[in-house]
Design a protein around this ligand. Structure first.
Ligand SMILES: C[S@@+](CC[C@H](N)C(=O)[O-])C[C@H]1O[C@@H](n2cnc3c(N)ncnc32)[C@H](O)[C@@H]1O
Length: 205
């Protein structure tokens, strides 16, 4: 998907996004973020923060930055920041494949339901590793191609259709591990039939 197409799709979603997706995505974010040890003053980057329903999950003693390509998605996130007085949160419009932060800035980087939306996941992963501190935590929540050959083939077939509604369905976790040199510490799904995985990785740069 091209950047302009991604912006167009998520601008269309922005007002109805929470209504459609929150019930699916929020429990996974909640579980992942609540499993983290977040110390006072730590810097957290939420890449592709979207409408920001993850934002109230971060403790107020952390410094949280949320970035997104879509100004319309960010507008919804801004509303939450104001309504809930999330003074520890800053939001910026930014492309995840060119993050405007110095090297080794963040203790924790979270990228939830985004890595299969961007045109070049390896470039985004490289940027995440660059801005994350050495040994920093990287949390990826996403759908990855099934290990089952039949399902994997089906996901490949439907991927062009999925792209029309905002993501691809055939991104393999092994691809990120091999081409992005991702060092996975732990991975799990909330249940046996869950479509999404939570990946905890350590920045091995
Ligand atoms: C499926 S939504 C996920 C939003 C949020 N993380 C959540 O869990 O609800 C994908 C988000 O990624 C954003 N996005 C897509 N490409 C991006 C890029 N290159 N840089 C930053 N954000 C991007 C979209 O604008 C959208 O808000």
């Amino acid at each position: 998907m091209e950047e302009t197409e991604i912006k167009r799709i998520y601008a269309t979603y922005s007002r109805i996004y929470d209504f459609i997706f929150k019930r699916w995505f929020f429990p996974r974010q909640q579980h992942a973020i609540q499993s983290l040890k977040i110390y006072p003053g730590q810097r957290i980057l939420d890449v592709g923060v979207g409408t920001g329903f993850s934002l109230p999950l971060y403790p107020r003693h952390a410094q949280v930055l949320g970035v997104d390509l879509s100004s319309k998605m960010l507008r919804e996130a801004h509303k939450k920041v104001q309504q809930k007085r999330l003074e520890h949160v800053t939001l910026l419009e930014m492309d995840a494949s060119h993050l405007a932060f110095p090297d080794s800035t963040f203790d924790i980087v979270i990228v939830a339901f985004v890595i299969s939306v961007v045109p070049d996941p390896i470039q985004v992963l490289a940027e995440i590793k660059r801005v994350s501190k050495p040994e920093g935590q990287i949390v990826i929540i996403n759908h990855f191609q099934s290990q089952n050959r039949l399902m994997a083939q089906l996901e490949k077939w439907v991927s062009p259709l999925c792209a029309k509604i905002g993501w691809r369905s055939d991104l393999a976790l092994e691809y990120l591990v091999q081409h992005g040199d991702l060092h996975i510490d732990r991975k799990y799904s909330l249940n046996k039939v869950d479509l999404w995985k939570v990946i905890y990785a350590t920045n091995n740069k």
